[in-house]
Design a protein around this ligand. Structure first.
Ligand code: 6PG
Length: 247
Protein backbone atom coordinates (compact mmCIF):
# COMPACT_ATOMS: atom_id res chain seq x y z
CA UNK A 1 0.00 0.00 0.00
CA UNK A 2 1.49 3.34 -1.03
CA UNK A 3 0.34 6.91 -0.59
CA UNK A 4 1.75 10.27 -1.68
CA UNK A 5 0.74 13.46 0.09
CA UNK A 6 1.81 16.92 -0.95
CA UNK A 7 1.81 19.96 1.35
CA UNK A 8 2.08 23.70 0.79
CA UNK A 9 4.98 23.94 3.21
CA UNK A 10 6.81 22.12 5.98
CA UNK A 11 4.53 23.57 8.65
CA UNK A 12 1.52 21.87 7.11
CA UNK A 13 3.49 18.70 6.49
CA UNK A 14 4.61 18.63 10.12
CA UNK A 15 1.03 19.20 11.35
CA UNK A 16 -0.19 16.25 9.30
CA UNK A 17 2.66 14.02 10.50
CA UNK A 18 1.83 14.89 14.13
CA UNK A 19 -1.81 13.88 13.53
CA UNK A 20 -0.72 10.56 12.02
CA UNK A 21 1.66 9.94 14.94
CA UNK A 22 -1.24 10.55 17.35
CA UNK A 23 -3.49 8.19 15.44
CA UNK A 24 -0.96 5.36 15.07
CA UNK A 25 0.48 5.60 18.58
CA UNK A 26 -2.92 5.69 20.28
CA UNK A 27 -4.21 2.78 18.21
CA UNK A 28 -1.13 0.65 18.95
CA UNK A 29 -1.18 1.43 22.67
CA UNK A 30 -4.86 0.51 22.76
CA UNK A 31 -4.38 -2.83 21.00
CA UNK A 32 -1.05 -4.06 22.30
CA UNK A 33 -0.02 -1.73 25.12
CA UNK A 34 2.94 0.07 23.49
CA UNK A 35 4.03 1.98 20.40
CA UNK A 36 7.47 1.66 18.77
CA UNK A 37 9.07 4.10 16.38
CA UNK A 38 12.45 4.54 14.68
CA UNK A 39 13.52 8.10 13.83
CA UNK A 40 15.90 9.60 11.26
CA UNK A 41 18.26 12.50 11.51
CA UNK A 42 18.93 15.02 8.75
CA UNK A 43 17.48 18.50 8.37
CA UNK A 44 14.04 17.61 7.00
CA UNK A 45 12.28 16.34 10.15
CA UNK A 46 13.40 19.26 12.35
CA UNK A 47 10.10 21.22 12.20
CA UNK A 48 8.16 18.01 12.78
CA UNK A 49 10.18 17.05 15.87
CA UNK A 50 9.71 20.54 17.34
CA UNK A 51 5.96 20.38 16.82
CA UNK A 52 5.78 16.87 18.23
CA UNK A 53 7.70 17.97 21.31
CA UNK A 54 4.71 20.17 22.27
CA UNK A 55 2.22 17.25 22.34
CA UNK A 56 2.17 16.40 26.02
CA UNK A 57 -0.96 14.21 25.94
CA UNK A 58 0.33 11.52 23.58
CA UNK A 59 1.02 8.08 25.16
CA UNK A 60 4.71 8.83 25.79
CA UNK A 61 4.92 6.46 28.76
CA UNK A 62 4.23 3.53 26.41
CA UNK A 63 6.38 4.82 23.53
CA UNK A 64 9.68 3.14 22.56
CA UNK A 65 12.03 5.25 20.46
CA UNK A 66 14.81 3.82 18.28
CA UNK A 67 17.22 5.46 15.84
CA UNK A 68 17.17 4.60 12.12
CA UNK A 69 20.87 5.37 11.78
CA UNK A 70 23.77 7.24 13.30
CA UNK A 71 27.08 8.74 12.30
CA UNK A 72 29.98 7.23 14.24
CA UNK A 73 30.74 10.53 15.95
CA UNK A 74 30.56 11.48 19.65
CA UNK A 75 27.22 12.44 21.14
CA UNK A 76 28.38 16.06 21.43
CA UNK A 77 28.97 16.36 17.69
CA UNK A 78 26.44 18.38 15.69
CA UNK A 79 26.34 15.45 13.26
CA UNK A 80 25.10 13.02 15.91
CA UNK A 81 21.47 12.12 15.14
CA UNK A 82 20.60 11.12 18.68
CA UNK A 83 21.89 14.49 19.90
CA UNK A 84 19.68 16.36 17.42
CA UNK A 85 16.61 14.21 18.14
CA UNK A 86 17.16 14.44 21.89
CA UNK A 87 17.47 18.23 21.81
CA UNK A 88 14.53 18.83 19.46
CA UNK A 89 12.18 16.16 20.81
CA UNK A 90 12.99 13.58 23.44
CA UNK A 91 14.17 15.76 26.32
CA UNK A 92 10.84 17.64 26.22
CA UNK A 93 8.76 14.51 26.74
CA UNK A 94 8.04 12.05 29.56
CA UNK A 95 9.39 8.94 27.86
CA UNK A 96 10.83 6.43 30.35
CA UNK A 97 14.63 6.41 29.82
CA UNK A 98 14.59 2.62 29.35
CA UNK A 99 12.31 3.12 26.33
CA UNK A 100 14.86 5.29 24.52
CA UNK A 101 17.29 3.34 22.34
CA UNK A 102 20.11 5.47 20.93
CA UNK A 103 22.87 3.99 18.78
CA UNK A 104 25.74 4.55 21.19
CA UNK A 105 28.97 5.69 19.60
CA UNK A 106 31.08 5.19 22.72
CA UNK A 107 32.25 1.82 21.39
CA UNK A 108 35.70 1.58 19.78
CA UNK A 109 34.45 0.84 16.27
CA UNK A 110 31.31 1.32 14.20
CA UNK A 111 31.04 -2.50 14.03
CA UNK A 112 30.90 -2.92 17.79
CA UNK A 113 28.48 -0.02 17.99
CA UNK A 114 26.21 -1.80 15.45
CA UNK A 115 26.52 -5.08 17.38
CA UNK A 116 25.58 -3.33 20.61
CA UNK A 117 22.56 -1.69 18.96
CA UNK A 118 21.48 -5.02 17.50
CA UNK A 119 21.67 -6.62 20.97
CA UNK A 120 19.56 -3.78 22.35
CA UNK A 121 16.93 -4.36 19.64
CA UNK A 122 16.93 -8.12 20.31
CA UNK A 123 16.44 -7.66 24.05
CA UNK A 124 13.65 -5.17 23.36
CA UNK A 125 12.01 -7.79 21.09
CA UNK A 126 12.21 -10.35 23.92
CA UNK A 127 10.65 -7.86 26.33
CA UNK A 128 7.66 -7.37 24.02
CA UNK A 129 7.61 -11.06 23.02
CA UNK A 130 8.27 -10.82 19.30
CA UNK A 131 10.93 -12.70 17.32
CA UNK A 132 11.64 -9.95 14.81
CA UNK A 133 11.54 -6.19 15.31
CA UNK A 134 8.32 -4.88 13.85
CA UNK A 135 8.33 -1.14 14.39
CA UNK A 136 4.93 0.50 14.28
CA UNK A 137 6.40 3.51 12.53
CA UNK A 138 9.69 4.27 10.79
CA UNK A 139 10.46 7.79 9.67
CA UNK A 140 12.91 8.12 6.78
CA UNK A 141 14.55 10.87 4.74
CA UNK A 142 15.91 10.72 1.19
CA UNK A 143 19.29 11.92 0.00
CA UNK A 144 19.74 13.46 -3.46
CA UNK A 145 21.57 10.25 -4.49
CA UNK A 146 18.61 8.11 -3.45
CA UNK A 147 20.05 6.92 -0.14
CA UNK A 148 17.84 6.46 2.82
CA UNK A 149 18.80 5.73 6.43
CA UNK A 150 22.56 5.09 5.92
CA UNK A 151 21.89 2.72 3.04
CA UNK A 152 23.77 4.16 0.07
CA UNK A 153 23.50 3.21 -3.64
CA UNK A 154 25.73 0.25 -4.52
CA UNK A 155 26.78 -0.47 -0.92
CA UNK A 156 27.11 -4.11 0.23
CA UNK A 157 24.79 -3.31 3.14
CA UNK A 158 21.86 -3.18 0.68
CA UNK A 159 22.08 -6.97 0.40
CA UNK A 160 22.06 -7.63 4.13
CA UNK A 161 19.43 -10.18 5.06
CA UNK A 162 20.47 -11.43 8.50
CA UNK A 163 21.69 -8.53 10.60
CA UNK A 164 19.34 -5.97 12.11
CA UNK A 165 21.95 -3.19 12.27
CA UNK A 166 25.28 -2.90 10.46
CA UNK A 167 28.28 -0.60 10.22
CA UNK A 168 28.67 1.44 7.03
CA UNK A 169 32.00 2.50 5.58
CA UNK A 170 32.47 4.84 2.65
CA UNK A 171 35.38 6.02 0.52
CA UNK A 172 33.85 9.48 0.81
CA UNK A 173 35.17 10.84 4.14
CA UNK A 174 32.38 13.43 4.30
CA UNK A 175 29.84 10.61 4.73
CA UNK A 176 31.49 9.43 7.99
CA UNK A 177 31.38 5.89 9.27
CA UNK A 178 27.84 5.08 10.23
CA UNK A 179 25.54 2.51 11.76
CA UNK A 180 22.19 1.78 10.17
CA UNK A 181 19.12 -0.39 10.45
CA UNK A 182 18.92 -2.84 7.54
CA UNK A 183 16.17 -3.52 5.00
CA UNK A 184 14.78 -6.60 6.80
CA UNK A 185 13.96 -4.31 9.75
CA UNK A 186 12.78 -1.33 7.72
CA UNK A 187 10.54 -3.41 5.47
CA UNK A 188 9.03 -5.27 8.41
CA UNK A 189 7.54 -2.04 9.80
CA UNK A 190 3.81 -1.38 9.96
CA UNK A 191 4.10 2.18 8.62
CA UNK A 192 7.05 3.73 6.80
CA UNK A 193 6.84 7.50 6.30
CA UNK A 194 9.29 9.30 4.03
CA UNK A 195 9.61 13.07 4.36
CA UNK A 196 11.23 15.23 1.68
CA UNK A 197 11.51 18.98 1.31
CA UNK A 198 12.76 21.42 -1.33
CA UNK A 199 13.51 21.65 -5.06
CA UNK A 200 16.84 19.91 -4.54
CA UNK A 201 14.91 16.69 -3.87
CA UNK A 202 12.51 16.96 -6.85
CA UNK A 203 14.57 14.87 -9.31
CA UNK A 204 15.23 12.05 -6.87
CA UNK A 205 11.60 12.02 -5.71
CA UNK A 206 10.54 11.53 -9.35
CA UNK A 207 13.03 8.61 -9.66
CA UNK A 208 11.72 7.07 -6.48
CA UNK A 209 7.96 7.42 -6.81
CA UNK A 210 7.45 7.41 -10.59
CA UNK A 211 10.43 5.74 -12.30
CA UNK A 212 10.97 3.38 -9.36
CA UNK A 213 14.60 2.82 -10.21
CA UNK A 214 15.23 -0.42 -8.30
CA UNK A 215 18.89 0.36 -7.75
CA UNK A 216 18.00 3.23 -5.44
CA UNK A 217 17.93 2.34 -1.74
CA UNK A 218 14.84 4.52 -1.25
CA UNK A 219 13.01 2.38 -3.84
CA UNK A 220 14.11 -0.78 -2.01
CA UNK A 221 11.95 0.39 0.88
CA UNK A 222 8.88 -1.71 0.28
CA UNK A 223 7.12 -2.82 3.46
CA UNK A 224 6.23 -6.54 3.41
CA UNK A 225 2.81 -5.91 4.90
CA UNK A 226 2.92 -2.34 6.13
CA UNK A 227 1.99 0.96 4.58
CA UNK A 228 4.39 3.27 2.69
CA UNK A 229 3.67 7.00 2.75
CA UNK A 230 5.52 9.90 1.10
CA UNK A 231 5.03 13.29 2.73
CA UNK A 232 6.40 15.93 0.36
CA UNK A 233 6.37 19.68 0.18
CA UNK A 234 5.37 21.33 -3.14
CA UNK A 235 8.92 21.84 -4.35
CA UNK A 236 10.02 18.26 -3.67
CA UNK A 237 6.89 17.01 -5.48
CA UNK A 238 7.20 19.40 -8.45
CA UNK A 239 8.30 16.75 -10.99
CA UNK A 240 5.71 14.09 -10.10
CA UNK A 241 2.86 13.82 -12.63
CA UNK A 242 -0.46 15.02 -11.17
CA UNK A 243 -2.19 11.69 -11.78
CA UNK A 244 0.06 9.98 -9.26
CA UNK A 245 -0.88 12.26 -6.44
CA UNK A 246 -3.41 11.24 -3.81
CA UNK A 247 -4.11 13.75 -1.08
C1 6PG B 1 20.68 11.18 8.31
C2 6PG B 1 19.97 10.11 7.52
C3 6PG B 1 19.76 10.37 6.07
C4 6PG B 1 18.85 11.56 5.83
C5 6PG B 1 18.92 11.97 4.36
C6 6PG B 1 18.14 13.22 4.12
O1 6PG B 1 21.20 12.12 7.76
O2 6PG B 1 20.75 11.00 9.48
O3 6PG B 1 20.84 9.10 7.57
O4 6PG B 1 19.25 9.22 5.45
O5 6PG B 1 17.55 11.26 6.21
O6 6PG B 1 20.25 12.20 4.01
O7 6PG B 1 18.73 14.24 4.83
P1 6PG B 1 18.12 15.71 4.92
O8 6PG B 1 16.84 15.58 5.66
O9 6PG B 1 19.14 16.50 5.66
O10 6PG B 1 17.93 16.15 3.51
Amino acid sequence: MEEIRIFKDMTQLAEYAVLKWAEISRAEVKTKGYFSVALSGGRTPGAFYKKLAGQKDFPWGQTHVFMVDERFVPYDSEENNYHMINMALLRHLDIPPKNIHPILTTETTAETSAERYEKDIISYCKSVRTNQPRFDLILLGIGEDGHTASLFPGAPTLKETGRLAVAVHSQDQSKRERITLTFPVINNAQHVYFMAEGAGKAAIIKEVVEVKNQRLPAVMVSPYEGKLVFLLDHSAASLIPGKMIQT
